[in-house]
Design a binder for this molecule. Structure first.
Ligand code: ATP
Ligand code: MG
Length: 143
């Protein structure tokens, strides 16, 4: 069987103290094939964002990934050193955060913000980068 691109197995995420945990993601499992899409549906506060943040290893402070396994291209992301994550984030796995008012910087243009991620991961001249940013915006219908 083909290995999925991303697999989340029995993920558990909690706030609180280890002795007194407040579990916000409890035994979540799903897989995504390359080129596939998975929608996660649930009421507000059911843990959709925390699940996504856990995959990026960006859970808030005071929050712990206390169980489960997250495999990306066969690597267990939870076993990688934290220092390995910036290379993966924004290149292999990216997230569109929920609140644009707090996740986008209002004093930077959108082009500069998209360019920042490209700059971190790809060797490109300024001109090439600008062309790529415009191409990406065009792809989603933004002139
Ligand atoms: N920074 C935080 N500190 C404390 N609790 C938090 C924090 N972030 C999330 N939680 C709690 O974790 C639980 C899951 O929240 P999460 O944001 O993942 O829900 P969601 O499914 O994304 O909701 P929504 O549909 O409103 O976006 C909720 O009970 C929430 O109150
Ligand atoms: Mg959310």
């Amino acid at each position: 069987m083909k290995q999925p691109l991303l697999s989340v197995e029995h993920l558990r995420v909690e706030f609180g103290t280890p002795a007194n945990p407040i579990v916000v993601v409890d035994d979540v499992s799903f897989e995504i094939e390359a080129g596939g899409a998975v929608g996660i549906v649930g009421e507000s506060g059911s843990g959709k964002s925390v699940t996504s943040l856990a995959i990026m290893r960006l859970v808030p402070e005071l929050c712990r990934i206390s169980g489960g396994k997250i495999s990306f291209e066969g690597n267990d992301l939870l076993k990688l050193p934290a220092s390995a994550m910036p290379e993966i984030r924004g290149r292999d796995i990216a997230m569109i955060f929920q609140e644009p008012m707090s996740s986008l910087n209002p004093v930077m243009t959108i082009g500069d913000q998209i360019g920042e991620a490209i700059k971190l991961h790809e060797k490109m001249s300024r001109g090439e980068r600008r062309a790529r940013i415009i191409e990406l915006l065009k792809l989603v219908g933004i002139p």
